[in-house]
Write a protein that binds this ligand. Structure first.
Ligand code: TYD
Length: 207
């Protein structure tokens, strides 16, 4: 089972993934958690190039290829082998981030991104994707409380982040059978309960 988390900056993915994984493990499942970009030694180096705040000259085309290179590596080195071995793999961001950020945000052609992504993933797609939805201003306000984590993507304009959120909402509406949209504006425990309930219903496990 391959589960991904998506959302704009400050949607609380990392906190919610930690809690969900504790719950899945308490039910006896073998769970691997990973994140994009990163998750492998090669991916972590690519992540450093991608997110370094001084790399403002990066071309949008270079950006997508670097994200995709990290993805190609993690799919083959980590995700596929674990799925084949019966693990639940939970990934903090995956290909939908490319559609939302590089497609809707940077406005690169969506068809090109789909092709590049298909090549990078070898066609692997999540079984379920939890989209944590929060207003742009609320998310950025949360993020601003931890400024040391500020990265190059977060420094982009407010318009950019609005396009990213609208893009996510489009993706969710296009694939309602895969996406689980969860309101992320509430308290941590309430959001977690919603995630568990949605996932349990989708995967046919008891909540
Ligand atoms: P990260 O610090 O992991 O942010 P977050 O905690 O919000 O996930 O940085 C990842 C950044 O990279 C984030 O701003 C989204 C961006 N990103 C893309 O633009 N395209 C992609 O394909 C991926 C995977 C991430």
């Amino acid at each position: 089972m391959f589960v991904t988390f998506e959302g704009i900056e400050g949607s609380g993915k990392t906190t919610q993934i930690g809690l969900l994984v504790d719950w899945l493990r308490s039910r006896g499942l073998r769970v691997l958690v990973t994140r994009e970009p990163g998750g492998t030694a090669i991916g972590d180096q690519i992540r450093h190039i991608l997110l370094h705040p001084t790399h403002t000259e990066m071309a949008a085309e270079a950006e997508i290829l670097l994200f995709s290179a990290a993805r190609a590596q993690i799919v083959r080195q980590v995700i596929r082998p674990h799925l084949e071995d019966g693990w639940v793999v939970v990934c903090d961001r995956f290909a939908d981030s490319t559609m939302a950020y590089q497609g809707y945000g940077q406005q690169l052609p969506l068809d090109d991104l789909r092709q590049i992504t298909r090549f990078a993933t070898g066609g692997l797609r999540p079984d379920a994707t939890i989209y944590l939805d929060i207003a742009v201003e609320a998310g950025l306000r949360r993020k601003a409380q931890t400024p040391e984590e500020w990265n190059r993507m977060e420094a982009l304009s407010l318009d950019f982040h609005h396009r990213v959120r609208a893009g996510y909402l489009t993706l969710v509406s296009e694939e309602p059978q895969r996406f689980l949209r969860v309101d992320a504006s509430g308290a941590v425990a309430a959001v977690q309960n919603d995630i568990r309930a949605a996932l349990a219903a989708r995967l046919g496990i008891e909540g």
